[in-house]
Structures are given as structure tokens and as C-alpha cells.
Design a protein around this ligand. Sequence first.
Ligand code: NOJ
Ligand code: CA
Length: 697
Amino acid sequence: MKNRIVIVFISFVLISCSYSTSKDIIKTQSPSKNIEVSFQLLNDGTPTYSVKFNKNSIIDTSKLGFDFKGLSSIKNNFTIVDVQNSSFSESWEMPWGETKEVENNYNEIIVTLQNAEIEISEFQIHFKIYDDGIGFRYEFPKQNDFDSIIILDENTEINLTGNHTCWWIPGDWDIYEHLYSKTNFVNIDALSKANHGSLAQTYIPENAVNTPVTMRTSDGVHLSFHEANLTNYPGMTLKIDKDNLLMSSELVGSDRLGYKAKLKLPFNTPWRTIQIANKATELIDSKLIVNLNEPNKLGDISWFKPTKYMGIWWEMHVGKSQWSYTNNGKPHGMHGATTENAKAFIDFASENEIGGLLVEGWNTGWEHWIGFEEREGVFDFITSYPDYDLEEVVRYGREKGVEIIMHHETSAAPRTYEQQLDTAYALMKRLGIHSVKTGYVGKIIPKGEYHHGQWMVNHYRKVLETAAKYEVAINAHEPIKATGIRRTYPNAISREGLRGQEFNAWASDGGNPPNHLPTVAFTRMLAGPIDFTPGVFNIKLKPYKDENQINTTLAQQLALYVVIYSPIQMACDLIENYENQPAFQFISDVGVDWEKSITLNGEVGEFVTIARKEKTSGNWFVGSITNEDPRNITIDFSFLDSDKKYKTTIYQDGKNAHWDNNPTDIEIRKMKITKNSKVDFHLAAGGGLAISLIAIE
Ligand code: NOJ
Ligand code: CA
């Protein structure tokens, strides 16, 4: 990865013109001056910040602070002892991503504060101000001979300017797999069972939300709050103070250790981020989160190739087969991961432009998985069940151009996994397997740790770093949230961290409603790639699951390959459901690695349309999805390249399509589309639209 242009201007207090100070106020603007951050000490020396967007207040005066164990809090009586100001501009290249080139332009300010009366007597607040939002973090220098400090809480406030419309999930310390609620800020009630399903892992100690949380003001400004570069620190939830229209950081803790974080000085917190946009669509196109991360540390990762993949997977979720091999010590005959089944998938994948095959349930341990308290030492990431010949499957796949994707379900026993990391990845390296799907189902062992706490953040990082040494990329399920680490560790290719497709197979609450994905696109997707696993054609799940179904049309399942970004995209359905289906052509054709992406239209929770240009071929693909409301959209194709002609296929909801009554009614037709075309399309209730524009000279 190379930086094309790097221009850095540094100037010091009072010389620069991009901020101004009165006695205690320091103002800094974004490059185009649409966003302005003010840092100010209150009369009692409390550090605060506030934000304006297009000259209007968007974040009111918000306090900054910390509580430590055995040391005075960072609260007030501070003075400003130094202010540094600079500008930065670069364009960097993503090895894989939604876009090849990323513009990274910001103005920054670092304010050094001192309070000689307390032990942690000095720290800095570092703001980076972009045209699409801001990031700020605390930076603690080495001081006063403290070896390490224990954080009881971070007290960062976000003081809202109104009772905004919010799309939120509860601030669960253990799982993000919740449906989004849409309420006004004062109606956020994360503790009410009505707002979250009964997930075994759920632990929600406060009325708090997880991030990204997205909001719309009464003026139509869109805001999304999250964090970037979550490293050696707990994940942050945001506690809701309805009376004061205020959110404050509530870090995920460790009940085992009795604190939120333990850190050695010097250290920096993650960036606290606020994406700010005039329109909902601009949130999706924002690159703030990756820009706030450090450049690629891994160098060349061309051993990872973005790919579509199939899996011995959906069949377990619908109950056609099982992960385990035995029941009461005897083979039950329902084991999915057999050599024969894997070869059948490899044959189909290879004939249909699909480069990967995930095989779950291949290794020993599944007999002792869900529902067991004691899960240390159960899973083995080396030993196959007797009916699965790993080496033969890998060999056959290679012969047919299909790479096996490894699967490591840890059952939330990370210490057992850490003991085996090197041997498991060495096996993969020897076999030429370059990616693994990991999983952390269940309560974390040891007890008192949570998926989103500092201890687990460090575990997930150790996995990424160790995997990189063996040229292995990670797709984590039950992960820590994405915070743009993929820029620094591009082997962090995808993750779950939301209610994925699998909920439609077995959730007792009716599955993901049609508004789920049009909400996810403007919330969870702002954090990074999603392994949602689209592509169910047998929408009613017959004959396996009479009680369940997918709550979209077939055309929407196709559209998801474009709308929901990931460099690995599953075609998750069973082979028999894809055979002789003309709509499958879209999945064969669609790209997974993009030169550029443009969000054409959309509103949070309602609909969204995205166009993406494939890197190598120059082909364009368009995906559009809607919630339970049918709607008409107009697509202006002026984004197409003027020097190219396109062979265009439209995959559209049929006239009578409806997510519930008639989900598989699809119309597939060719059409002449050029850069000058503007075309109206109809989306059915819960429907979608997928378009392939194959470039011809
Ligand atoms: C949960 C994951 O989300 C799912 O995709 C996987 O099949 C199971 N765990 C088993 O690891
Ligand atoms: Ca999951």
C-alpha cells in the first residue's frame, strides 16, 4: 500500500488561521469549513467540547473526564498549557474495499491540559476535523512513575441539541445481534425486553446503546456515533440521560477483574467519532472510521483474494444436517461436513464462478457445544471427524479452483483457542487455506468477562496478529465491533456483529423484518464489512422450516450482494435451491472488490440504492432494497463510464411480488442502458432490484 500524496502543514498557537482562541476557547474547522469544533474550559477548569455543522450547533457543550482506581478523577481545575494545530492531506489505497482510493483530509488540534494537584496531572485531547465528521481521543503521556493505571470509567459526554429520531440497539456487553429500534431519543429504553429478543448471551446493565447509533435531527441532519481504532481498551456503549438529552461513555467492564481497563502509560484511547451529514446517503459514503486508523502494518496481502463462497452451513441452520457427528456416542447419520458433500459443493461452486467453500462441523467437539457450562478444551482445530478427509477436500477444491474456508467455533472459550492458534494456522498454511471464519457463541469463559471488554478486545487482536503471520484472514462471528482496524490489519476481512441471515432460519420472533437491512445499511454498516450471508432462493424454507421464512423478495436477496458490503459474500442456500434458477446468474456475475461505490439514494430504515464498479473488469452493479413499503425509484445512470458500453440485465420484483405473499415473483430482462439513461423502477413490499452492467468495448 502506498501513500500517493502526503502533505503535512504544522503551525503553532497564534500563528494559524484555521482556529482562534479567546481566553479559554479554541476553535478549529474542517477543510471545507462546514464543521467547527470548539474546545473550552469551563470557569472551574472542566474540559469541554462542542460542535457546529453549517454554523448551527449540533453538539452542545459536553464534558470530558475519567475516573481511576486509587487516583483522583480527571474532572476540573485544568489549565491549557499548549495547543498544537496542523492540517493533513493524503490519498491512500485500500488493498480491497468499497473503493480503491480513499481521500483523508483533516485539520487537527492537540490541546495539552494540566492540573498539578492530581496524580495524573497532564493529558491531551486530540481532535481531527473532517468534512464528514470528527474524531477525538485522549492521549496520556508517561508521567509520575505510574507503571499502570486502572480505569473505572471514561466520562465523555455527547450533549445533543434536540430529541432526535434514533436507530439503536441496546448497549449489550455480550452480543450485537439485536433488531434496531426506531424511537425518539427520550424513548430509548434498552432495558425493556420489548426492545430486544431473548438472546442467551445478553447482558445489558444500563439504559445504554451500542454503536454505531444513528440519528436524524428535526432539520434533517444525520449523525452517527461510533469509535475508531479500538485497541487495548474496552468497547464503548453510550448511556442515555433522557432528561438532559445527553449521552455519556459507558465502557464495557470486567466483573472478574473489577474494572473497565488496565493500561500502561503512555496510552491513547480509541477515537470517539461523530459522522455528520446533510443526507442519510452521505453517511454510507463516509470514510471517517477507516481514516482514523493507522496505515497497513501487514504490507502485501495479495494472498487474500476477495471472493464469493458457498458453505456446508445453511443446511445446519434449517435442520437438514448437523454440525456434530454422533449422538450418545453413535453416528447419527445427519453429519453435514462429509467429504462427499464438500465435493458436491466444490463442483457446483466451480461451475458457477464461486471461489470459496466454508465447511462447518468438520472438526471434533460439536457434541459438547451449545448449552454446556464447561467448554474449555472441547474444540480441536486440527482433528477432523472420521467422515471428513480435510486433505482430500482441499486437494479436490484446488483442482477445481475453489479454496476451502476454515471454520473455528471457539464456543467462547478464547483461552482454549489461543493455545491452539499456532498449530491451527500452521495447518492452514501447509494446506494453502487463507481464511477462517471464527465464532464465539456463548458466555465467555472465564466467567465475568464479556465479548466487548478489554480482555476480549485483546484476544480478537491477538487472533488477527497471529493469523497474519500465517497468511490467514479472519471473518469473525460474535466479534468485537468493527472500528476500522481493517486499514491497519487488512486480514480483518469481514465479521458478523449484527442479526444475520441465520435468524430467519430459526428465530422464534419471526426473523428479521423487512426494515432490518435498510436500517443496517445506515447503522452497523458504517462500522465496516458485514458477513450477512445473503442469497436464499428458497424463501419459505420448505420442507425444513415451516415456521420460518426470509422476509424479503428473491430480487432483494440478489440486491444484497451490492447493498451490504463485504469482500467475501456468501451464496448461502442449498445447491438444490440454486440449480436451474435463472436468477443465479446475478450471483455468478456480481463483483466482490470495488474500484468505487456510490450511494445513489436512501433513507434510514426505508430504502437504499448503491452502485459499485468492479475493480478488475470495470463492470457496474446496482442494488436497491426497500422495507415493507413498496416504492418507485428513479436511477440516473450518469455514474457510468462514457467510453464503455454495457450488456445490462435487470433483476426486478415481478408485478405481483410481495415479501410474504409472493416473494419469488421475479422479472429478469435485458435493457439498453447508457450514461444518459434515467430509468424508473418499482420495488415491491420487502423487495429489491439488482442490475448487472457488464462492460463491453
Ligand atoms: C454462530 C454463527 O453466526 C453461525 O454462522 C455459525 O454457523 C454458528 N455460530 C456455529 O459456529
Ligand atoms: Ca451469530
